[in-house]
Design a binder for this molecule. Structure first.
Ligand SMILES: C[S@@+](CC[C@H](N)C(=O)[O-])C[C@H]1O[C@@H](n2cnc3c(N)ncnc32)[C@H](O)[C@@H]1O
Length: 306
């Protein structure tokens, strides 16, 4: 089945300019501030409209949007508190096995490989990545990207680019040592039997920005499959999942949200969310600190106790 690559409309940022903007708040800061105020005022209306939309809308598996260096804070927490929880595998000499479902064109897993190689010297790890669409698997395995595909992140930096890619003509090609850390396969999150046979259990499982593309009934099946891929004392990353369902299922399966930098991670993951987020089934609400269930609702990293 071929998927429409919907990340093609995004354009390359200049990594050097991105770095300068982050250092100089100025106009960008006030623009963001006005978005926050607007977001808070529209919040009750948005929650009402969005839950109405979620009851009737058809989801699609054809959304393949992804990007390199999507959430730097989530990466920092991964190489810090998450690896602490997993017992610092780089010190034990054990290979860290990572399963990444719904990997799209591979940007997420190559980012992870690049980050771990830099931040956790001596860590032996391997990522088993997969996607529903064979066309995405082929693209990911090629490791070759146009500038628009490679450089569109809001957070892209010159450092990340130079340690992740070699330049071959107009293409950014993932460095061979990072490609060697990942293998790609076709797999369906709903294929309970096949997943059990082929994947896991692993200490670290990712299924990001995919569960909100499944109907609630299918998201429940997929979540059960993900839980079964997790070993005891494992960690699940599930950015991009309907909030109500995230609260319900993480509670039911006894998964605990990791609170480190939670608000910041959640906000970074909303960077492409339109201001009228309630008109998109995949839209996520702005972080609302008064939500009593906020630690589960806005959590992207969950711990399975052993
Ligand atoms: C929006 S992309 C997210 C990519 C990446 N995980 C990220 O966060 O940047 C969603 C991906 O989920 C894949 N997908 C959709 N339904 C799936 C399923 N049932 N099983 C596995 N992958 C699926 C799509 O092909 C697409 O590549």
């Amino acid at each position: 089945m071929a998927a429409r690559p919907d990340y093609v409309g995004y354009v390359a940022k200049d990594p050097e300019q991105r770095t300068r903007v982050r250092q100089l708040p100025g106009a960008a800061y006030w623009f963001l501030k006005s978005k926050v105020v607007y977001g808070a005022l529209a919040y009750p209306y948005g929650v009402f409209k969005h839950s109405k939309l979620l009851r009737s809308v058809d989801r699609t598996s054809a959304h393949t949007y992804t990007c390199f260096y999507r959430s730097p804070t989530q990466l920092r927490v991964l190489s810090g508190p998450v690896l602490d929880y997993l017992g610092r595998p780089e010190r034990t000499g054990r290979r860290l096995e990572i399963i990444a479902m719904a990997c799209s064109n591979g940007a997420e897993v190559y980012t992870l490989a690049s980050w771990l190689s830099l931040r956790v010297p001596g860590l032996d790890f391997h990522i088993t990545a997969s996607d529903l669409h064979q066309s995405m698997v082929d693209k990911a395995a090629s490791g070759q990207y146009t500038a628009d595909e490679a450089l569109q992140s809001q957070y892209i930096t010159t450092d990340f680019v130079s340690r992740t890619f070699d330049r071959k003509g107009e293409f950014h090609v993932v460095k061979p040592e990072l490609r060697a850390k990942v293998t790609f396969h076709q797999a369906d999150l709903l294929d309970s039997h096949g997943l059990r046979e082929r994947f896991g259990p692993a200490p670290l499982v990712l299924a990001q920005n995919v569960l909100f593309h499944l109907s609630p009934a299918n998201a429940r099946i997929a979540f059960d499959n993900l839980y079964n891929m997790l070993q005891d004392r494992g960690v699940l990353l599930v950015e991009g999942m309907d909030g109500d369902l995230r609260v319900e299922l993480t509670q039911r399966y006894g998964l605990e949200p990791l609170l480190d930098k939670q608000r910041r991670i959640y906000s970074e993951t909303r960077v492409h969310t339109p201001i009228d987020w309630w008109n998109y089934y995949w839209g996520s609400e702005p972080y609302f600190p008064l939500r009593p269930d906020r630690e589960r609702r806005y959590g992207t990293i969950f711990l399975k106790r052993g």
